[in-house]
Each structure stands twice: as C-alpha cells, then as structure tokens.
Design a protein around this ligand. Structure first.
Ligand SMILES: Cc1cc2nc3c(=O)[nH]c(=O)nc-3n(C[C@H](O)[C@H](O)[C@H](O)COP(=O)(O)O)c2cc1C
Length: 110
C-alpha cells in the first residue's frame, strides 16, 4: 500500500506536468517505464523530476536511475520538496551513469 501511494505521488507530479506543458516536451511516467521494462532513453535533453522522500530520492526512483541508460547531452534533475531536498542531488549523481548537467529543487507549497 505504501508503495502504491509512493507511485501515485510520482505519477501525479505537478512540476513535471507544468514543465512538460510549458516546454512542449513529452512527459514520460516512471511507473509506465518500469511496467514496460524501458530503461534506455535518447533525446537532446532529458529531465528527471522526483519528489523528496526522507531527505533523498524515493527508493523506486533510485532503483530506476541505477538501471537506466540516458543518452543525452543535457541531463537535469529536479527534486520537489517540502523542507529540504536533502541528499537528492548527491544520490542522483552517484546512481546515474554519465554526467548530470544540472540539479534544481522546487519547494512545494504546504
Ligand atoms: C513519505 C514522504 C516523505 C517525505 N519526505 C520529505 C523530506 O524528507 N523532505 C522534504 O522536504 N519533503 C518531504 N516530503 C514532501 C514531498 O517531497 C513533497 O510533498 C513533494 O515534493 C510533492 O511532490 P508531488 O508534486 O509529486 O506530490 C515527503 C513526502 C512524503 C509523502
């Protein structure tokens, strides 16, 4: 149940939706990727948007990043958070194969 709620929150990510609409980019749902066994992505620019859970990335996001190959010249990560994104940046840089071009954090309203 806890995992389902975690997945739902990631699916419903407000920042990811707004960003994809404004940049006219394709929004790819992490849970769909896992269901479809899709762990390789190629594009000019790839962004990963994740909430902060327990001072870092949710475990499902960490597992996904560890398995996935990103082929891009610009890879960025955005962590949404309530009080602090904590170790999200460091965890992503450790797990992602290749260079992380930028890290952003967005404080969500309480
Ligand atoms: C289980 C859980 C753990 C969380 N842990 C943190 C945390 O450690 N630090 C923090 O700033 N926010 C924490 N939050 C708040 C979320 O990061 C915030 O609600 C999220 O960024 C909003 O993402 P959404 O748009 O996908 O719902 C936590 C939320 C939940 C549900």
């Amino acid at each position: 149940m806890e995992r389902c709620e975690e997945l739902q929150r990631i699916i419903d990510g407000y920042v990811a939706k707004r960003l994809s609409e404004n940049l006219n980019e394709t929004l790819v749902n992490l849970t769909d990727c896992i269901k479809e066994n899709k762990y390789e992505f190629t594009d000019d620019c790839i962004g990963i948007i994740s909430p902060t859970y327990n001072w870092g990335l949710p475990s499902i996001v960490k597992e996904f990043l560890e398995r996935t190959e990103f082929h891009t010249s610009y890879l960025y990560l955005i962590s949404t958070y309530g009080t602090t994104p904590g170790a999200s940046d460091a965890q992503a840089r450790r797990l992602i194969k290749g260079k992380v071009s930028a890290f952003y954090s967005v404080k969500m309203p309480c």
